[in-house]
Ligand binder design. Structure first.
Ligand code: CDP
Length: 225
């Protein structure tokens, strides 16, 4: 079974997807982290993403692996763990532009399908229910107010030792949402059959319990068929 979770930046997708996967004993695939990994590598190697031939060479040498370390997923880029480095604001700022490049998306989508192949998986991103797994059995689209999203991201960054004002975060989140929703290649969009969840006033437990109740309903429906 594939459970697709999409939605705008910092809406609570990652936390709920991770907990949902743990509770169901499913694999958790964070596709945003995958785009962050490739963005990190593009920036480190100073690749001109608008130059077709250097981008092609770069993609063919880029190696991304998904490992589970102490029960948590960890991405390795060319053999090194980058899970901390990809969460900085400098990556958040550049990732939307880099992930809008069609050749990068095509490569990432093929990797995402291969990582989730033959397993029960919670897959989280922007285009999972619409493009990557349009046939997913359950689709959620998670939203929350910009204010609440900025507060959540501020706390998350604080815990990693990065200080940034709410005003700046609000601005960055809005800019990323706009870029992600307006790009021509697989933009951020709710799939017609996705269940919309507004988490503005929900805590994480309420979110996950609500999602689990939908999964259970789906399972009952399947067994009754
Ligand atoms: O965690 P946060 O909501 O900040 O974002 P993320 O899930 O880590 O995704 C980072 C960025 O990757 C997004 O802003 C998108 O530009 C891009 N992305 C995408 O284009 N397609 C996906 N399936 C997932 C992420």
């Amino acid at each position: 079974m594939i459970i697709a979770i999409d939605g705008p930046a910092a809406a609570g997708k990652s936390t709920s997807a991770k907990l949902l996967a743990e509770r169901l004993n499913f694999l958790y695939l964070d596709t945003g982290a995958m785009y962050r990994c490739i963005a990190l590598s593009v920036l480190e190697h100073k690749i001109d993403i608008y130059d077709e031939s250097s981008l092609k060479d770069f993609i063919s040498s880029f190696k991304l692996e998904l490992k589970t370390v102490d029960g948590s997923p960890d991405f390795l880029v060319n053999g090194s763990s980058v899970s901390k480095k990809i969460r900085t604001t400098s990556i958040s700022k550049k990732v939307s532009e880099i992930s809008a490049i069609p050749a990068i998306r095509e490569y990432m989508v093929s990797l995402q399908r291969s990582f989730a192949k033959n397993s029960n998986c919670v897959v989280e991103g922007r285009d999972i229910g619409t493009v990557v797994f349009p046939e997913a059995e359950i689709k959620f689209f998670i939203i929350a107010s910009v204010e609440v999203r900025a507060q959540r991201r501020k706390l998350e960054l604080q815990n990693m030792g990065e200080k940034i004002s709410l005003k700046k975060l609000r601005h960055d989140i809005k800019a990323r949402d706009k870029y992600d929703s307006e790009r021509s290649h697989s933009p951020l969009k709710k799939a017609i059959n996705a269940i919309k969840i507004d988490t503005t006033k929900m805590n994480i437990n309420e979110q996950v319990n609500y999602m689990i109740s939908h999964v259970n309903l789906k399972k009952i429906g399947k067994n009754n068929k």
